[in-house]
Design a protein around this ligand. Structure first.
Ligand code: SF4
Length: 222
C-alpha cells in the first residue's frame, strides 16, 4: 500500500487495520495472490476442492519442484517425489516456518505442523540430508532475513545482523557456549518485539533448530 502511495514500503503499527484505513486512508482488502487465485475456481467449479495445494519442495532432493497434492499428504510421500540421494534428517517449512526432525508419517497440514512449534505457511518444504550441517542452513537463512529486514524497527534491524554474526562465528568454530545462550535469548527477543511478521518469524528457524538440533551447534562451539 505504501509503495502504491509513493512512500517507502514499510509496515505501520496496527490498528488501524487496512480494512478500516488502508490505501489513501480508505478501507482496503489485502489478500495474498494464492488466495485471490482460488476465488474464480471456487465460484466456477461445483466440485471445487479447497484442500488441493501447491507444495514447493527444495533442498537436498534430486527432483525439486512444485507438486499439487492434498493438504494432509504425508511428508514421506512428498519426499518420495523429490527422490533424495541421502537420508533426510530435517525439514524446514520455508524460511519462515521453522524446522523439525524429518518424520515421513507427519501430515502436511496446519494442525499437524503447528503442533510441533513450526508454521506451515505456503506448504513449502526444504529438505536437509544427513550430509549437511543445520548450523550452515541456519546461517544461510539468517542472511536472507538480514537482507530483507526493512530497517524500521530496532529488534529486527539490529537483531537480524547480530544473530547472523553469531551464527557465522559458530559455523567457523569461533564461538563459545555463552554465544549459544546469547543466540537463543536474542532470537526470542526478536520474535517477541519486532513490529511485523517478518521480524516476528525471522528467528523461528533458529529457535526450532536449537530445540531439535542443539547438539550440532554445541559441537561447533568451544
Ligand atoms: S520487523 Fe523487520 S521488516 Fe518488519 S518493520 Fe521491523 S524492521 Fe521492518
Amino acid at each position: 500500500m505504501h509503495s502504491v502511495e509513493g512512500l517507502r514500503g514499510q509496515p505501520t503499527q496496527k490498528p488501524p487495520y487496512p480494512t478500516e484505513k488502508g490505501l489513501f486512508g480508505k478501507p482496503t482488502v489485502l489478500n495474498n495472490v494464492g488466495t485471490l487465485a482460488e476465488v474464480p475456481l471456487a465460484i466456477y467449479y461445483e466440485d471445487y476442492n479447497p484442500n488441493l495445494r501447491l507444495h514447493c519442495l527444495s533442498g537436498n532432493v534430486t527432483k525439486p519442484g512444485v507438486y499439487e497434492l492434498q493438504l494432509g499428504t504425508k511428508l514421506g510421500d512428498l519426499m518420495a517425489l523429490g527422490k533424495p540421494k541421502h537420508k533426510i534428517k530435517a525439514v524446514y517449512f520455508g524460511c519462515f516456518g521453522g524446522c523439525m526432525p524429518y518424520n515421513p508419517e507427519l501430515k502436511i497440514s496446519p494442525e499437524d505442523v503447528c503442533g510441533k512449534d513450526c508454521i506451515l505457511g505456503a506448504c513449502t518444504v526444504i529438505a536437509v540430508d544427513e550430509k549437511h550441517s543445520i548450523v550452515n542452513v541456519a546461517t544461510n537463512i539468517a542472511k536472507f532475513y538480514e537482507f530483507e529486514s526493512c530497517g524500521k524497527c530496532t529488534p529486527c534491524r539490529e537483531g537480524t545482523m547480530r544473530v547472523l554474526a553469531l551464527l557465522e562465528n559458530i559455523s567457523m568454530g569461533k564461538a563459545t557456549r555463552k554465544d549459544l545462550d546469547t543466540l537463543q535469548e536474542l532470537s526470542e527477543v526478536i520474535k517477541e518485539t519486532s513490529l511485523c511478521g517478518l521480524g516476528q518469524s525471522a528467528t523461528n528457524h533458529i529457535l526450532t533448530a536449537l530445540k531439535y538440533f542443539r547438539k550440532e551447534f554445541e559441537e561447533k562451539v568451544k
